[in-house]
Design a protein around this ligand. Structure first.
Ligand SMILES: [Zn+2]
Length: 278
């Protein structure tokens, strides 16, 4: 594939042999953002990613684990300044009691209040909790939010779009009517790709090859060519990867001949030599 793809939501630590998964991405020259579900796996994930410059470790606290591991919030705070990538974090009300939901909100608010104005790239999980999530995100600015595998209402989607959030989509979403409807509502300049590997759903796992199939699916939904899709997706990928560096990151200017430092001296030297040779 001529385009480099970035899997913006993957769980490296959940694979039996995580290094083998990295090798697969390396072979294909695709990048990934490696989610963690709890802070205590972040350091090991960071270590696994160190040798691959397209691997980005992400510090997470999965909402479904909050009830048993809420004491890990202090570890989260120890690591939060070490990375620009946060996730996955969020709210999951699908199987939670009211007390658990409250605890999830507390942890999420704590994380986000710390991340406010810190230019973090944050992957968000929300299940049956979109309206509370959007309320909590409302006051949090200068971060880039990626709503992962969005499944909320069109009203929540509209709010999220107005606020400029990104959406990471996967092949399983393409296989359901609701998933396709959601994707059709999201402008192409807000779409990113993901697999959520190795999480299995009723359609199986979204393998690494599914990333490469996404442009074609998207091309059918959006009625634009695969090349146009991939040009925009590549732009979106650059946008998120450089987001945190943007304030400092400057595209290096292409020097014009006149401004190449020392060129004048070199010219003098060469012309002197030329005369000498003649
Ligand atoms: Zn996930």
């Amino acid at each position: 594939m001529k385009y480099k793809l970035i899997d913006t939501h993957l769980h490296l630590d959940l694979f039996d042999v995580p290094s083998m998964s990295i090798d697969k991405y390396k072979q294909k020259n695709h990048g990934f953002i490696a989610m963690t579900n709890l802070p205590f796996v972040f350091k090991a994930t960071e270590k696994l990613c160190v040798d691959y410059n397209s691997a980005y470790p992400s510090l997470g606290f999965h909402p479904e684990l909050v009830k048993d591991y809420s004491n890990q919030i202090s570890l989260f705070m120890d690591f939060v300044d070490h990375t620009s990538f946060i996730g996955e974090i969020g709210l999951d009300y699908s199987r939670s009691s009211d007390i658990e939901k409250k605890k999830q909100r507390e942890i999420l608010e704590k994380i986000l209040s710390y991340c406010n104005k810190k230019r973090k790239i944050i992957s968000i999980h929300a299940r049956k909790a979109e309206s509370d999530l959007l309320k909590i995100l409302e006051g949090v600015s200068q971060n880039l939010f990626i709503l992962h595998w969005f499944s909320g209402t069109s009203r929540s989607l509209e709010t999220a779009l107005k606020r400029g959030y990104y959406f990471s989509v996967n092949i399983s979403m393409m296989k359901t009517k609701k998933g396709r409807e959601i994707i059709s509502e999201i402008p192409i300049d807000r779409i990113l790709f993901e697999t959520d590997m190795p999480i299995v759903n009723k359609y199986g796992m979204c393998p690494i090859n599914s990333l490469e199939a996404l442009p074609e699916y998207l091309s059918k939904i959006k009625h634009i060519s695969i090349d146009e899709i991939m040009e925009q997706i590549s732009r979106n990928q650059r946008e998120i990867i450089y987001y945190n560096n943007k304030l400092n990151y400057k595209e290096p200017p292409t020097p014009s001949m006149a401004t190449v430092e020392g060129r004048g001296d070199f010219k003098k030297l060469v012309s002197g030599r030329a005369r000498y040779c003649l």
